[in-house]
Design a binder for this molecule. Structure first.
Ligand SMILES: NC(=O)c1ccc[n+]([C@@H]2O[C@H](COP(=O)([O-])OP(=O)(O)OC[C@H]3O[C@@H](n4cnc5c(N)ncnc54)[C@H](O)[C@@H]3O)[C@@H](O)[C@H]2O)c1
Length: 234
């Protein structure tokens, strides 16, 4: 059985993805900069083989640490680029620092990781966690740009790596995690009211889609939205 890399594994969606992949018997290399990663890895140790790499993916050292782990373990079949951040601000208040950071975590890191890891993959899949914000979210300039860039990366690499590796993106709508807890309650309620399914999505629902794309052998270069029907107009 070969290994899967999951980035942002200590976060809400990343933890759910890790549990789902473990249930399916995949061996996991979990990556996150947060110390909480150790607990996620410990919880999974009874169900599968797990390695934890605590690393900042915006640094060359962080990318090298993941690469070294994969080299040591051998066969890599799946990479899930899930680590991501928001630093929302009005365009006039958007600092260069927060623009660069969001672009670096959400777009630069997946690019560097894919570039470094794909030569180690005989076959398999890459799943990039974009966001429905790639369509352009009000007040989320740097985030929307980074997630749109990730769609471009997905499509360009899908062409480049076919037929050996399939590359797809997932565009979640509002999912219940720490990231969305930071949205003021009254704003969140309005956002939920606009969702035909009348609720936020669960991280486990995104994880199920990752699992599907990991083994969907004739899908590549696609962006799949999981947003409770938000793409519909009333
Ligand atoms: N929650 C949502 O509603 C939602 C919607 C659409 C897309 N997404 C995307 O889903 C992904 C996961 O989001 P989440 O809601 O689970 O967020 P989260 O904040 O719970 O988890 C993100 C994880 O990424 C890690 N991380 C951040 N910067 C890193 C770095 N430089 N190096 C290594 N790890 C780093 C964090 O430590 C954290 O554990 C993100 O890419 C996010 O943009 C989330």
């Amino acid at each position: 059985m070969s290994w899967a890399v999951v980035t942002g594994a200590a976060g809400g969606i990343g933890t759910a993805i890790s549990h789902r992949l473990a249930e399916e018997g995949r061996r996991l290399i979990l990556v996150d900069m947060a110390p909480a990663l150790a607990k996620v890895a410990a919880d999974l140790e009874t169900s599968t083989m797990v390695r934890a790499v605590q690393a900042d993916l915006t640094t060359e050292g962080g990318i090298r640490a993941v690469h070294a782990e994969v080299l040591e373990l051998g066969s890599l079949e799946l990479v899930v680029n899930n680590a991501g951040i928001t630093r929302d601000a009005r365009l006039t208040n958007l600092s260069e620092e927060n623009f660069d950071l969001v672009m670096d975590v959400n777009l630069g890191a997946p690019l560097r990781l894919v570039e470094r890891l794909h030569p180690l993959m005989e076959a398999g899949a890459i799943v990039n966690i974009s966001s429905r914000a790639y369509l352009g979210n009000f007040g989320q300039y740097n985030y929307s740009m980074s997630k749109g860039g990730l769609v471009g990366l997905t499509r360009a690499y899908a062409l480049r790596l076919a037929p050996r590796i399939r590359v797809n993106a997932i565009a979640p709508g509002l999912i219940g995690t720490e990231m969305t807890k930071s949205i003021p309650a009254e704003v969140r309620e309005k956002m939920v009211a606009a969702i035909p399914m009348q609720r936020m999505g669960a991280p486990e629902e995104v994880a199920a889609l990752v699992s599907y794309l990991a083994s969907a052998t004739y899908i590549t270069g696609e962006v799949i939205t999981i947003g409770g029907g938000r793409s519909l107009s009333r």
